[in-house]
Design a binder for this molecule. Structure first.
Ligand code: TYD
Length: 134
Protein backbone atom coordinates (compact mmCIF):
# COMPACT_ATOMS: atom_id res chain seq x y z
CA UNK A 1 0.00 0.00 0.00
CA UNK A 2 1.30 3.49 -0.86
CA UNK A 3 1.02 4.71 2.73
CA UNK A 4 3.52 2.00 3.72
CA UNK A 5 6.15 3.33 1.30
CA UNK A 6 8.23 5.70 3.35
CA UNK A 7 11.47 7.62 3.58
CA UNK A 8 13.58 6.56 6.54
CA UNK A 9 16.22 8.93 7.92
CA UNK A 10 19.37 7.27 9.24
CA UNK A 11 21.50 8.61 12.07
CA UNK A 12 24.01 11.20 10.95
CA UNK A 13 27.24 11.78 12.82
CA UNK A 14 28.46 15.14 11.58
CA UNK A 15 32.22 15.52 11.77
CA UNK A 16 34.73 17.93 10.28
CA UNK A 17 36.64 14.82 9.19
CA UNK A 18 33.65 13.61 7.18
CA UNK A 19 30.14 12.53 8.09
CA UNK A 20 29.06 9.04 9.03
CA UNK A 21 25.70 7.29 8.90
CA UNK A 22 24.77 3.75 9.81
CA UNK A 23 21.97 1.21 9.61
CA UNK A 24 21.37 -1.48 12.21
CA UNK A 25 19.21 -4.52 11.76
CA UNK A 26 15.86 -4.01 13.43
CA UNK A 27 16.43 -0.37 14.32
CA UNK A 28 16.37 1.64 11.10
CA UNK A 29 15.01 -0.98 8.74
CA UNK A 30 11.52 -2.44 9.21
CA UNK A 31 12.74 -5.96 8.35
CA UNK A 32 15.66 -8.25 9.04
CA UNK A 33 18.37 -7.64 6.44
CA UNK A 34 19.03 -10.83 4.54
CA UNK A 35 20.84 -9.57 1.44
CA UNK A 36 22.57 -6.45 0.20
CA UNK A 37 23.24 -5.50 -3.41
CA UNK A 38 24.22 -2.35 -5.18
CA UNK A 39 23.77 -0.87 -8.64
CA UNK A 40 26.57 1.17 -10.15
CA UNK A 41 28.13 2.22 -13.48
CA UNK A 42 24.63 2.95 -14.74
CA UNK A 43 24.70 4.52 -18.23
CA UNK A 44 22.66 7.65 -18.81
CA UNK A 45 19.03 7.30 -19.84
CA UNK A 46 18.41 3.73 -18.71
CA UNK A 47 15.90 2.50 -16.18
CA UNK A 48 16.12 -0.52 -13.89
CA UNK A 49 13.88 -2.52 -11.65
CA UNK A 50 10.60 -2.43 -13.53
CA UNK A 51 9.05 -5.17 -11.42
CA UNK A 52 7.55 -6.00 -8.02
CA UNK A 53 8.20 -8.72 -5.47
CA UNK A 54 5.62 -10.95 -3.83
CA UNK A 55 7.56 -11.35 -0.58
CA UNK A 56 10.74 -9.35 -0.68
CA UNK A 57 10.84 -5.98 1.07
CA UNK A 58 13.58 -3.51 0.27
CA UNK A 59 15.22 -0.32 1.43
CA UNK A 60 16.92 1.72 -1.30
CA UNK A 61 19.66 4.24 -0.53
CA UNK A 62 21.38 6.67 -2.90
CA UNK A 63 24.83 6.21 -1.38
CA UNK A 64 26.25 8.50 -4.02
CA UNK A 65 24.71 10.73 -6.66
CA UNK A 66 20.99 10.65 -7.27
CA UNK A 67 18.17 8.79 -9.00
CA UNK A 68 14.40 8.58 -8.94
CA UNK A 69 12.35 5.66 -7.69
CA UNK A 70 8.84 5.63 -9.17
CA UNK A 71 6.58 3.44 -7.07
CA UNK A 72 3.13 2.12 -7.83
CA UNK A 73 0.88 0.12 -5.51
CA UNK A 74 -1.61 -0.76 -8.25
CA UNK A 75 -3.75 2.29 -7.45
CA UNK A 76 -1.47 5.31 -7.40
CA UNK A 77 2.00 6.31 -8.50
CA UNK A 78 4.53 8.38 -6.63
CA UNK A 79 8.07 9.44 -7.49
CA UNK A 80 10.85 9.79 -4.93
CA UNK A 81 14.05 11.62 -5.76
CA UNK A 82 16.86 10.10 -3.71
CA UNK A 83 19.98 12.24 -3.43
CA UNK A 84 21.21 11.96 0.17
CA UNK A 85 23.06 9.00 1.65
CA UNK A 86 21.28 9.37 5.00
CA UNK A 87 17.82 8.62 3.60
CA UNK A 88 16.43 5.27 2.56
CA UNK A 89 13.19 4.51 0.73
CA UNK A 90 11.29 1.58 2.20
CA UNK A 91 9.41 -0.52 -0.35
CA UNK A 92 6.97 -3.09 1.06
CA UNK A 93 6.16 -6.25 -0.85
CA UNK A 94 3.85 -5.80 -3.84
CA UNK A 95 5.33 -2.43 -4.76
CA UNK A 96 5.95 -1.94 -8.47
CA UNK A 97 9.12 0.13 -8.80
CA UNK A 98 11.11 1.71 -11.58
CA UNK A 99 14.50 3.32 -10.93
CA UNK A 100 15.49 6.03 -13.40
CA UNK A 101 17.33 9.31 -13.97
CA UNK A 102 20.57 7.99 -12.50
CA UNK A 103 23.18 10.72 -12.23
CA UNK A 104 26.76 10.11 -13.34
CA UNK A 105 28.62 7.93 -10.82
CA UNK A 106 25.50 7.26 -8.78
CA UNK A 107 25.50 4.30 -6.45
CA UNK A 108 22.28 2.65 -5.32
CA UNK A 109 22.50 0.44 -2.26
CA UNK A 110 19.60 -1.98 -1.74
CA UNK A 111 18.89 -3.89 1.47
CA UNK A 112 16.61 -6.88 1.01
CA UNK A 113 14.58 -9.04 3.35
CA UNK A 114 14.90 -12.29 1.37
CA UNK A 115 17.43 -14.31 -0.59
CA UNK A 116 17.46 -13.72 -4.32
CA UNK A 117 14.61 -15.75 -5.80
CA UNK A 118 13.53 -15.29 -9.39
CA UNK A 119 10.10 -16.81 -8.59
CA UNK A 120 9.42 -13.91 -6.22
CA UNK A 121 9.53 -11.40 -9.09
CA UNK A 122 6.50 -10.10 -10.97
CA UNK A 123 7.82 -8.74 -14.26
CA UNK A 124 4.50 -8.13 -15.96
CA UNK A 125 2.57 -5.01 -14.87
CA UNK A 126 -0.85 -6.48 -15.71
CA UNK A 127 -0.02 -9.58 -13.67
CA UNK A 128 1.04 -7.28 -10.81
CA UNK A 129 -2.29 -5.43 -10.98
CA UNK A 130 -4.15 -8.72 -10.95
CA UNK A 131 -2.33 -10.06 -7.91
CA UNK A 132 -2.39 -6.81 -5.96
CA UNK A 133 -6.18 -6.41 -6.39
CA UNK A 134 -6.87 -9.81 -4.82
P1 TYD B 1 17.29 -7.48 -11.32
O1 TYD B 1 16.74 -7.62 -9.94
O2 TYD B 1 16.39 -7.85 -12.46
O3 TYD B 1 17.84 -6.00 -11.51
P2 TYD B 1 17.03 -4.67 -11.88
O4 TYD B 1 15.75 -4.76 -11.16
O5 TYD B 1 17.89 -3.57 -11.38
O6 TYD B 1 16.88 -4.62 -13.35
O7 TYD B 1 18.64 -8.30 -11.42
C1 TYD B 1 19.50 -8.21 -12.52
C2 TYD B 1 20.31 -9.48 -12.65
O8 TYD B 1 21.11 -9.69 -11.47
C3 TYD B 1 19.46 -10.73 -12.80
O9 TYD B 1 20.06 -11.54 -13.79
C4 TYD B 1 19.54 -11.45 -11.48
C5 TYD B 1 20.84 -10.96 -10.87
N1 TYD B 1 20.75 -10.80 -9.42
C6 TYD B 1 21.30 -11.76 -8.59
O10 TYD B 1 21.86 -12.76 -9.03
N2 TYD B 1 21.22 -11.58 -7.23
C7 TYD B 1 20.60 -10.51 -6.69
O11 TYD B 1 20.54 -10.38 -5.43
C8 TYD B 1 20.01 -9.53 -7.56
C9 TYD B 1 19.28 -8.34 -7.02
C10 TYD B 1 20.10 -9.72 -8.92
Amino acid sequence: MMSDVKLVEFPKILDARGNLSFIENGDHVPFKIRRVYWIYDVPGGVHRGAHAYRENQELVVALSGSFDVVVDDGKEQKSFHLNRSYYGLYLPKYTWRVMENFSTNSLALVLSSTDYDTDDYIFDYEQFKKEVMQ
